[in-house]
Design a protein around this ligand. Structure first.
Ligand code: FAQ
Length: 321
């Protein structure tokens, strides 16, 4: 072993001990390069999901059925934009720039949550996204409040509070539809049929197939496995579906007394693979829209750059005088 390798080995042991002792890792602390890269991957993809996730909902702002629903939806979509910004800022503490992250999203090098490649066809989809998609996001993000990287864990606290409001407003909207006219109830059932399986896919591949899980669990980046989180989501959501009087689109779903959990049917992993590899229904449209809007916002970034330079010049003159 070279001196450098010996030193790195010792540093890694101290680092793992800190993780095992539940200490948070902060931006200026030493960390293994693979830990840093893995965090950049997960956190930037999480940020991209929040930003791309604004699109299916934004699609309905102009068509919300009442002023109240429109105000709620506007606030929710703005919150998602805010989450993206906290997460980009937290990821920047790892030494990557916003520009690099955006370029990776736009080139397809970085992924974002598969679910946002499905279209929002009816008003019931909007309530269903809040209820199921935010619901699935919270189940995951509650565990991420205890993730080992300090800035990520702290960002999650506020995000979880806001997602909780999103989930409730979505469910309340579904309660109204499910108890409305025959057409409204049918619209709610149709939305559930289309969003149920993609919501289960949000948790990622089964643990045995998950490329990053083992290392992410050892480093406590992830605190619960993909399958554990998916099961928790199913268990908490089935009673909500029953309360709505809707049907779960899964013939294999049944309560397993022995396990104390619901058993559920097989997920279509071929579909998942197509969607995360750019071949879902809306992948092209989502990225194209992002590019277009990003381009339209170039003047804002330019104005901010000029402003920042002027402030720096002024401060230098002040310091010199
Ligand atoms: N979609 O080895 P694993 C929200 C990829 S926020 C796309 O298991 P990992 C709020 C994975 O990246 C929703 N890709 O990966 C909202 C990897 O590919 P790579 C976002 C997926 O990281 C609501 C490969 O498969 N939440 O919805 C997906 O250990 C409403 C192998 O997988 C987060 O991002 C997927 N579903 O576990 C906004 C939470 N699953 O990178 C607007 C933070 C897996 O090697 C409206 N992230 N892949 O090319 C995580 O907890 C983890 O990253 C997982 C995946 C659990 C998503």
């Amino acid at each position: 072993m070279t001196q450098f390798e010996l030193e790195t080995d010792e540093l890694e042991q101290v680092f793992q001990k800190r993780i095992d002792d539940e200490q948070k890792i902060e931006p200026k602390d030493w960390m293994p390069e693979a830990y840093r890269q893995n965090l950049i991957r997960q956190m930037s993809q999480h940020a991209h999901s929040e930003i791309i996730g604004m699109q299916p909902e934004g699609n309905w702002i102009g068509r919300a059925p009442t002023l109240r629903r429109k105000m709620i939806l506007l606030a929710k979509v703005q919150d998602e934009g805010g989450h993206g910004l906290y997460l980009y800022s937290a990821t920047e503490t790892l030494g990557i720039t916003r520009e690099e992250m955006v370029a990776a999203l736009q080139s397809g090098a970085a992924k974002y949550a598969s679910i946002f490649n499905y279209p929002s066809l009816t008003w019931a989809d909007i309530g269903t996204i809040g209820w199921l998609v935010d619901g699935a996001a919270i189940v995951n993000q509650i565990s991420l409040q205890r993730t080992s990287y300090g800035p990520y864990a702290r960002a999650m606290v506020r995000i979880c509070k806001e997602e909780s409001f999103h989930q409730r407003q979505g469910y309340e909207s579904l309660v109204v539809l499910a108890n409305g006219s025959t057409e409204q109830k049918a619209m709610a059932q149709d939305a559930l049929n289309r969003w149920w399986w993609p919501s289960l896919m949000m948790f990622g591949p089964h643990d045995a197939e998950s490329a990053h899980s083992a290392r992410s669990m050892r480093w406590k980046i992830k605190r619960k496995s993909n399958d554990e989180l998916r099961q928790a989501f199913v268990d908490q959501t089935i009673p909500q579906i029953e309360f709505l009087g809707l049907q779960v689109p899964d013939d294999d779903l049944k309560w397993n007394e022995e396990r104390g959990h619901y058993d559920f049917g097989a997920i279509d992993w071929d579909e998942f693979s197509r969607v995360i590899n750019g071949k879902g229904m809306c992948n092209k449209q989502r990225v194209e829209h992002h590019k277009k809007v990003h381009e339209q916002g170039a003047w804002v970034r330019e104005a901010m750059r000029v402003h920042k330079n002027k402030v720096q010049d002024r401060n230098q003159i002040k310091e010199a005088s």
